[in-house]
Design a protein. Structure first.
Length: 279
């Protein structure tokens, strides 16, 4: 029941046929530039699956653009009805406009614009947390998206982005999460605040490092675990390394100097979460 005295916000449907429409320009800007996403607090996710995930997980939708195919698709129609009931503006567009918006020859039939959501470090209660993953200056959107997807798959608690990281709401990151973005809490923080937080963590603070002295299969992962992963080029920063109680290494035998960040995170998370994942 709405007890605020205000009528609930109900969205509308708008047909757009012009490439010069300001909403088309706004969506293009959100896809192209981080500064537009930061200023507006909005982001774009392409595809019907992501729209369904976002709506089911209760994220706020600003616009849902539907191409001609989506207007014939019952699941897309259901998503549109649900978004509209929650105040979104439904945009009916042709394929050329969808293409222009997303700069793709074969655009998805649905493109959504959502409100960004992050949590703050102070919202984490380590005593009720299981496994948080902290990424030190992650730069590659595909890596970040894959890590978020893996955190979701293993049922870990969330991701902390430490320092100057790639944007979790960039369209490439969102795409790589395959919808897990809508299920995994994201924290953005400066390094100093993170170091203070890590020093007070009640469980193992585990860093992954090429020079780690402990085999990742033998480390102590008694919950709550705080797992630290390093930057793609430079690895873990020295101050981040110092805050770790254990530095673990994943053995390698070939000529590769290291594993890809997302692969290393996946291998480690499956070990940490092993007891939660037995079939
Ligand atoms: N040149 C970088 C270095 O010196 O650390 C390589 C970084 S690696 C591409 C990115 C991150 O993945 C590392 O900082 C670490 O967190 C993790 N990683 C990759 N391979 C690893 C391994 N064999 N053992 C432990 N961690 C690893």
């Amino acid at each position: 029941m709405n007890t605020s005295g205000k009528a609930p916000r109900v969205g509308a449907v708008k047909q757009i046929t012009s490439h010069a429409n300001p909403i088309v320009k706004e969506i293009k800007g959100l896809i192209a530039q981080r500064k537009h996403r930061t200023q507006s607090g909005l982001f774009v996710a392409e595809g019907l699956k992501l729209a369904t995930d976002a709506l089911e997980a209760g994220w706020d939708v600003r616009y849902l653009a539907l191409g001609p195919e989506a207007r014939e698709n019952p699941i897309a129609q259901q998503a549109a009805a649900s978004a509209k009931a929650r105040g979104a503006l439904i945009l009916e567009v042709n394929t050329a406009i969808l293409s222009a918006m997303t700069r793709k020859d074969n655009p998805q039939m649905v493109v959504g614009v959502y409100e960004q959501k992050t949590v703050s470090l102070s919202n984490i209660d380590p005593n009720s947390a299981a496994t948080w993953v902290a990424l030190d200056r992650v730069r590659d959107p595909g890596n970040l998206g894959t890590v978020i997807r893996t955190i979701d798959a293993v049922g870990a608690s969330g991701v902390v982005l430490v320092g100057d990281c790639t944007d979790p709401f960039a369209v490439e990151t969102v795409r790589a999460t395959m919808g897990s973005l809508f299920h995994v809490p994201i924290i953005k923080t400066a390094k100093d605040a993170f170091l203070d937080f890590a020093k007070k963590w009640p469980g193992p603070v585990v860093g992954t490092h090429l020079e780690g002295s402990v085999d990742y299969r033998t480390a102590d992962y008694a919950e709550p675990v705080l797992l630290l992963m390093g930057n793609e080029q430079q690895g873990l920063d020295a101050s981040m390394t110092r805050v770790c109680k254990t530095l673990i290494r994943i053995p390698q035998v070939g000529q590769a100097d290291s594993l890809n960040l997302a692969v290393a995170t996946g291998i480690t998370l499956y070990e940490i979460r092993r007891n939660h994942l037995e079939l």
